[in-house]
Design a protein around this ligand. Structure first.
Ligand SMILES: [Zn+2]
Length: 211
């Protein structure tokens, strides 16, 4: 009996998996009928394999959870990206509205005070809601020196022979184009710069990263 138990126990695992040959299966079943010990061992085996199945199921749910959180991460990144795009566009178009409302009128060196006044008056007559600043040649040079910072000494030679133009700078939220077309032929004007119709993205990148 003891020897038979040893043989049967070796076979029990395969038996509970249902992979035994017909002959071996019969032998095991015959033995189990008369041996309680081996029946108990078979029960334990079955219990074990049940637990194993459950563990497999738990693993399966873990994987699903993992996949789900991966999906959430992708959604999260998508939302961050979208917020970034929207914010970027708001910044770009605010900047554009700001800069598109400005105009720089560069003046010829030989312009008379009277001609400067005429230009100013013409502009003021068109738009009452306006910021207007006259920038003299000296002031333009000083600004450029400020921009150069440590390297301002490079501009020292220009004190006597100032290459910068005087200008009138305008800021208004309306009528930039009207102002431009009505003054462009006035005497003493060298060049008018506006930012209307420029690419808003190029303006933004230039002003924020390249200037
Ligand atoms: Zn037995």
């Amino acid at each position: 009996m003891k020897d038979e138990c040893d043989v049967v126990r070796d076979l029990l695992f395969s038996y509970s998996d249902g992979v035994l040959s017909q002959t071996s299966k019969k032998l095991v079943e015959e033995h189990l009928k008369k041996c309680e010990n081996c029946r108990n061992i078979l029960e334990e085996l079955k219990q074990d394999s049940k637990n194993h199945e459950q563990i497999k199921e738990i693993d399966f749910f873990k994987i699903i959870k993992k996949k789900l959180s991966k999906k959430n991460i992708i959604i999260f990144i998508g939302i961050i990206f979208l917020v970034f795009i929207i914010t970027f566009n708001i910044l770009v178009f605010n900047h554009y509205n700001e800069i598109a409302s400005t105009m720089e009128i560069y003046l010829q060196d030989n312009i008379s005070d009277e001609e400067v006044e005429n230009i100013k008056n013409k502009i003021i007559a068109i738009s009452d809601n306006i910021e207007l600043e006259y920038v003299s040649k000296e002031k333009a040079l000083e600004r450029m020196k400020n921009k150069f910072g440590d390297k301002a000494y490079l501009l020292d030679n220009y004190e006597q022979n100032n290459p910068f133009s005087a200008s009138i700078e305008i800021k208004t939220n309306t009528k930039i184009e009207t102002i431009e077309s009505s003054i462009q032929d006035m005497p003493g004007i060298k060049k008018i710069i506006t930012y209307k119709n420029n690419n808003p993205y190029e303006l933004f990148i230039y002003d924020n990263f390249l200037k």
